[in-house]
Ligand binder design. Sequence first.
Ligand code: SAM
Ligand code: SF4
Length: 491
Amino acid sequence: MNDHDSEKVAGVLLARGYRQVETPEAAKVILYNTCSIREKAAQKVFSRLGELRPAEEKLTAVTRQPLAGEGTQDNFGKIEHLALAVREGAQPGIIPQTARDGAAVAVPQESRHPSQRKIVNAGGGKIIGVLGCVAQQEGEGIFERAPWVSLVCGSASYRKLPQLIAELEAGNRRVTGLDTDTDETFETEITRRDNPWRAYLTIIEGCDKACSYCVVPFTRGPERSRASASILDEVQQLAEAGYSEVQLLGQTVNSYADPSARKMRFSELLAAVAEVRGIRRVRFTTSHPRDFGKDIVEAIEAHPTICDHVHLPVQSGSTAVLRAMARTYSREEYLEKIALMKAARRPIGITTDMIVGFPGETEKDFEETLSLLDEVQYDGVFAFKYSPRPNTPSLKMADAIPEEEKGRRLAILMDRQREIQRVRNERTVGETFEVLVDGKSRRENQWSGHTSSNRVVNFTSPEQELLGDYVQVRVVSAMPNSLVGEMVGRV
Ligand code: SAM
Ligand code: SF4
C-alpha cells in the first residue's frame, strides 16, 4: 500500500507539472514516504533528513531504499524517496510507466514554470517533505528537529497534497496535513504507475479494527471506502490503457463498504471488476479473517479472472494470543475460513502474516502457531518478530519476550514453513500453469512471471519478446520459494 501511495503522490506532482529526476541536487521537491509498522522508522527518517540539511554538497542520491526488516514482505518498513523537479505543461491522465524502481527520468535544470520562481520555503529553495506514518506520528515536531523541512503530511491527508504544495509554491514556509478524522479518500486524476502490467487501486483506506500491536489505525485514520462506480470507472480506464491485472488494495480490503446508493458488497465489486473487458487478473489484499465469507470464495469460483490466491493474515495460532492481540477471532473461527477455501471448486493458494514473540506468548502458544502451519499448509508466510509501537495498547503489556527468544522462534517458524513450501511446490512438478511474464533474466532464454496463485515461476523460452504476455509454463522442478519450468505455449 505504501508503494501505491507513492505512485499516487508522484501522480499528484506530475499533474502539477513536476517530473522525477535522477538526483536530489536536480530536484525542487524531495519527499520521504515512510511506513513505521515495525521499524524505528522515525530515527531513520531523521538520519536521512540530516543528509538533506541545506548544505547542498552533502546531498546524495537515494531512491527507494528498503530498510532491513525481519519479515520478507517488501512493502512495509520502507522509506521511499521521490526526487522531483519542475517542468512546464504536464497533462493529467494515466501515465503508464515513466521510471521503474525509482530510476528517475531526466529533467531540464532550467525551468520557467512560474511556481518554481516563487519557492521560498524552509528547505533552502527546495521543498523537503515527510509523508506517511512517521509524519503522522511525529507531526510538527519534525520542523523542530529538521527546520529545513517544509511539508509534513500523514497518509490520511494525502488528498490535500495538491493544495499543500500550491501553498508552498505560493511562498508559505511550512504546511501540514495531519488530520486522521477525515472521511475523504485519496483519489487522484493521475497516478504514476511503476508496473506496466499490474495496476494497484486502493478501494478502502484506514482501518477500524484495533489490533493491540498496530499503528495503522493511528496513522491512517478510520476506514473510508471509495464509491463502487468510481472504482469501476478507473478499472475501465486502466484496461483501456493496457493493464491486464489489477490489484484492489486496503488494510482490510474485504471490509469494503460501498458509500454510494448501489451498496455493492466486496464480493460483488470483485465480480464486477472481473467482468471489465480487458482485465485478465484481479487480485486483492489484505483480507481480514472477520469479514472473510463464503461469498468471496463463490466469487473466485464463478470468475476465473479473479486470481486463486487469498492472503489471510492470522498472526498467531493460539486463541489466547489472538485475544491479547484483539484480533476478533479464535483459532477455530480462523480455521473455518480456511475450510471455506479448501472446499472451493478450484484450488486457492493461501498465504498469511504471523507475529512471533507477542508479550506473554508462551512456548505452548508458539507451538500452536507451528501446528497451525502444519494444519493449514500455507503457500507462503510473512513472519515478523513482535515490535513494540508507539500509542499501541500492547506497549504496556507485561511479559515482554526477549529479542533473542523472538529471533529463535522466528527462525524455527521459517524453517518449518520452508519445508512445507518445498513439499507443496514439489507436488506441482509436471503441472502446467498460466503465467504473466514480468521479468527477463540477463541469461539467454530465461524469463520469470507469476501464476494466478501468485507463485513465482522462472522458465526457459527461446522467444524474443514475452514481457507482459500470458504464457503456459510446465513445471520441471521446484524450490521452496519458486518453481522452475519451460514454456509450452501461449494463452
Ligand atoms: N491489515 C492487515 C491485517 O490485519 O492483517 C495487515 C496490516 S500490517 C500493515 C501488515 C503486517 O505487519 C501485519 O499483518 C502484521 O503481521 C505485521 N505487523 C503489524 N504491526 C506489527 C508489530 N507491531 N510488530 C510486528 N509485526 C507487525
Ligand atoms: Fe493493523 Fe489490525 Fe487494522 Fe490490520 S486489521 S491494519 S493489523 S489494526
